[in-house]
Design a protein around this ligand. Structure first.
Ligand code: PMP
Ligand code: GLN
Length: 386
């Protein structure tokens, strides 16, 4: 971390470089297999690339409507209806953003005023806390209950004060791979109503759920949807994390506020890609096939751990797998991730960095969104660790 400028100071004095950048950089420098940062190492569907090129060549290269081209919003609304039987009005409930990261920034900004408290559940994705702080809010971190990472309802009740304005939920959950149940969602709805809270619902892995588990969006629950902003990412759905295309869904009143912020963050996002995605969403098998595609990868990764001293935790969603290395080493997880990257050639993410209190349960997060070849190579290296 560089010292902050004496004149400007720092708005995020305790924030360093994201663990994803740190581990990817380390993997690159050491020539390690990068199972750390969450991104696929396989090709994007050539038809999708073709469609983007098609619209570029056709001259769709100027600013799009700030909140997204109507065709894309309409097709997203259709997908939500087909998949979940939920009606979303594409005209005033949907905003296309530069990835979920921008949607999260805008959504958190909509509700967070100076002094407002926002509940976060650790281990939590790294962007929520700094965005709350940048808006003058106070993040209140509560640890999920180990080992199943369930919501600690008593502690949540105890943490809520008159200053609590909102909570951030994330299901399927990065980094643990847990998925909130229908019962959890009903309790979240009841809690949000009772305490008049907003809910920012990070659902970027909504299509990546396995073993017959269903994704429960806040959008399924009308009273909850009314006080929620749900955030999604095409990066996860179409293996295009570098394209930074996402969207936010909320009530018309909340969307009105969210769009005001969005127009000064990015104004609009990449025009030809919006047209291409609109076309692509018409082919529902492209996203309906994701659970089977990714669960096979998860199972291949798990098979690679057979016979090792690593122990996998259940992962019902996302493309991440938590693995305990307790049987292998007594090192802290940050040191272990570094050692495995530098000496054993496999990079992962230490889970303690997702905890404000740095809780270390000797778990590493591995991304299995990789080619079979990469997974095989990683398995060989993991099997050699005693
Ligand atoms: N939320 C979670 C839980 C994520 O894992 C990610 C990163 N993939 C994001 C948000 C950000 O998504 P995007 O890359 O679309 O900005
Ligand atoms: N979401 C990805 C992960 O969890 C990384 C996103 C990023 O690098 N900012 O690994």
């Amino acid at each position: 971390m560089k010292p902050s400028d004496p004149v400007t100071g720092s708005k995020l004095p305790a924030t360093g470089t994201s663990i994803f950048t740190v581990m990817s950089q380390m993997a690159l420098e050491c020539g390690a297999i990068n199972l750390a940062q969450g991104f696929p190492d396989f090709e994007v569907d050539p038809d999708l690339v073709e469609r983007v090129a098609f619209y570029m060549k056709k001259g769709y290269n100027q600013y799009a409507l700030s909140h997204g081209i109507p065709g894309l919003r309409e097709n997203i609304a259709r997908m939500i209806d087909r998949q979940w039987g939920v009606f979303v009005d594409f005209r005033d409930q949907l905003t296309i953003t530069s990835g979920a990261t921008e949607a999260l920034y805008a959504a958190i900004s909509v509700v967070t005023n100076p002094g407002d408290e926002v509940l976060l559940f650790d281990p939590a994705y790294d962007s929520y806390d700094p965005v709350i702080r940048l808006n003058g809010g106070i993040p209140r971190h509560i640890n999920l209950q180990f080992p199943d990472y369930s919501l600690p309802w008593d502690q949540i009740d105890a943490a809520i004060s008159p200053r609590t304005k909102a909570m951030v939920i994330n299901s399927p959950h990065n980094p643990t791979g847990t998925v909130l149940s229908h019962d959890d969602m009903l309790r979240i709805q009841e809690l949000a109503i009772r305490h008049n809270l907003f809910v920012i619902s990070d659902e970027v892995y909504c299509h990546l759920v396995y073993d017959g588990v269903a994704h429960r969006s806040v959008l399924h629950y009308p009273a909850l949807a009314n006080r929620s902003m749900a955030v999604f990412s095409f990066g996860k759905t179409f293996h295009t994390t570098g394209w930074k295309m996402g969207y936010a869904v909320a009530s018309p009143a909340i969307t009105h506020e969210l769009r005001k912020i969005h127009q000064f963050l990015t104004f609009s996002v990449h025009t030809p890609t919006q047209y291409a995605l609109a076309d692509f969403l018409g082919q529902e098998e492209k996203y309906l096939s994701l659970p089977s595609f990714f669960s096979q990868k998860r199972d291949r990764f798990l098979a690679g751990l057979t016979g090792t001293l690593f122990r996998a935790r259940p992962s019902a969603g996302t493309y991440f797998q938590l693995v305990s290395y307790e049987g292998v080493s007594s090192l802290g997880d940050v040191e272990m991730a570094e050692k495995m990257t530098k000496e054993m050639g496999v990079a992962s993410i230490p889970v303690s960095v997702f905890h404000e209190d740095q809780t270390d349960k000797k778990l590493l997060r591995f991304c299995f969104a990789k080619t079979d070849e990469t997974l095989q190579k990683a398995a060989k290296l993991l099997q050699s660790i005693r």
